[in-house]
Design a protein around this ligand. Sequence first.
Ligand SMILES: NC(=O)c1ccc[n+]([C@@H]2O[C@H](COP(=O)([O-])OP(=O)(O)OC[C@H]3O[C@@H](n4cnc5c(N)ncnc54)[C@H](OP(=O)(O)O)[C@@H]3O)[C@@H](O)[C@H]2O)c1
Length: 314
Amino acid sequence: MKYRRLGHTDLEISVVALGTWVFGGDCWGEVDDEISVSVVHKAIDSGINMIDTAPIYGSGRSESVIGRAIKGKRQNVVIATKCGLKGAGASIKVDLSAGFIRKDIEASLKRLDVETIDLYQCHWPDEKTPFEETFGELQKLIKEGKIRYIGVSNFDKDLLTKALGIAPVVSDQMQYSLFDRSIEKDLMPACSEKNVSVLAYGPLGGGILSGKYKKPPQIPKTSVKSFFYKFYREPFWSKGKELVAVLEEIAAARGKAVSECAINWVLSHSEVASCIVGCRTPEQVRMNAPDADWELSPEELGRIQEKYENIFGS
Ligand SMILES: NC(=O)c1ccc[n+]([C@@H]2O[C@H](COP(=O)([O-])OP(=O)(O)OC[C@H]3O[C@@H](n4cnc5c(N)ncnc54)[C@H](OP(=O)(O)O)[C@@H]3O)[C@@H](O)[C@H]2O)c1
């Protein structure tokens, strides 16, 4: 495993982080908490030191499972959780008011059973709450020792710049994969200039970039694969499959998994400090964790880029 510095902090985080939305059991189909605990243990054993979660994942279930799993292992992990989403299902609302952040942090600390959260991220921007209120409250949490560093998520360049005017934000967690490259134009250069790390979520496009699907799977409407990742539907599906085909060729030639190639492509961008990969089973951790030990060559990156431009334009 390789490690990269998180923004201007003293934290060295693994280039592959464990994503735990799936542990919530609400949006990814049923999960078994015992298996989720073993996923965390496998991740730590594989050198993954960063675990990303959120109160909204299964209304606290993901955080509670992590709290159980890291007992006696706290010193081995960088815990990243989030604040500011409430409700469930279709009625989720954003709330980054000071009052709601307070409630959220106290509940997260209890569920995770820790005294301090290493990285505390605003999950989505809140247009209604003044930035001064949100980031002022987060700075109070640092002073109180409840959090170490402030991060944001789903903040575009302008919102990130505004937040940085008030507080020392160290990271922006954004969707980034071969299927969604929208952050490359504005956000990535801004992050590079301001020494803010990109934490890339959805690096497997919700699973498709693992290459495991030969045809679109049947997906229930309640699944994240229906409502969050558009890649499972036409017109995206057919284009996405063409791109996966290039990864399959490279993976076969290298004796690697397709998912490894997809993750390594994300990591070929130095603005990305860590690639947050969702893992349902210890086997998925095994497949995704060794990715850091090799890199796609310039020729392979060139082939992927050429295909990308043929399919999606430059
Ligand atoms: N900040 C935000 O707004 C936000 C939004 C989304 C995600 N996130 C974070 O980012 C994390 C990662 O994103 P994600 O989980 O949504 O998407 P992802 O990493 O692109 O896809 C993860 C899913 O792909 C499948 N998978 C993983 N490894 C595999 C392998 N080696 N072979 C085959 N299938 C594999 C698993 O689902 P199946 O077994 O069901 O196929 C897994 O749950 C989340 O867990 C969460 O922590 C944050």
